[in-house]
Ligand binder design. Structure first.
Ligand SMILES: [Zn+2]
Length: 210
């Protein structure tokens, strides 16, 4: 990656996560923004990359970057079982009538977003412990700022032609579902926005991976 790239990666061979300067600026990271906004954007990205070390591919490498299984059979089986919930969730996301995501294809990235959102949310709660409650901004509480920030960073507009191509071969879900997917699994989102039961952002079956 070049320093200007707005991207990030996890490399299992070096057991490293990398964030070029290009992504360490708004809307992913802003020194002038609240903690909630930064945790909701770059915080989720960092958690996402860390989780790649434990996903279906990264889990095959040990801490020294050797291709060696270090998981117990029980943990691996449970990880796969929980992942199946996410597979079915994304199988259910349609980009147009008759055409939906391939849950298996996007599983690693979908779990990454989900794990990133959960760990960044927990990190934000911990960072706020013992400190005065941060102010509401533009009518948004800190928890709401966190979730809106992920939507503002991750969401983008993609032409339908590109979406059709993406769902066939790109391991990343379409941006819209990278926002809706993980956040609709989080009861914290539902609480933050007081979502009524059975509203679009509450799922009858919530997935739980990490
Ligand atoms: Zn990823």
């Amino acid at each position: 990656m070049t320093p200007a790239a707005s991207d990030a990666y996890y490399n299992p061979l070096l057991n490293e996560i990398v964030f070029p300067a290009g992504i360490l600026q708004p809307p992913a990271f802003d020194l002038a923004a609240t903690d909630a906004v930064n945790y909701g954007a770059i915080g989720v990205v960092i958690g996402h990359e860390i989780s790649h070390g434990f996903d279906d591919q990264g889990a095959k490498f040990d801490a020294q970057g050797r291709l060696e299984n270090w998981w117990t059979a029980a943990d691996l089986a449970e990880f796969r079982r929980r992942g199946q919930c996410v597979v079915e969730q994304f199988d259910g996301y349609f980009i147009e009538p008759g055409l939906h995501h391939n849950g298996k294809l996007v599983l690693g990235e979908a779990i990454g977003d989900f794990a990133g959102a959960r760990i960044a949310y927990r990190a934000l709660q911990r960072a706020q412990q013992g400190r005065p409650r941060p102010p509401t901004i533009d009518g948004l509480t800190p928890d709401q700022q966190f979730f809106v920030s992920w939507g503002q960073f991750r969401g983008d507009a993609i032409r339908m032609e590109t979406q059709r191509l993406m769902i066939q071969g790109d391991p990343h879900p379409i941006a819209r579902f990278r926002v809706i997917g993980p956040l609709s699994n989080m009861v914290e989102f539902e609480k933050a926005f007081s979502c009524p039961a059975r509203s679009p952002m509450t799922r009858p079956v919530r997935c739980e991976v990490w």
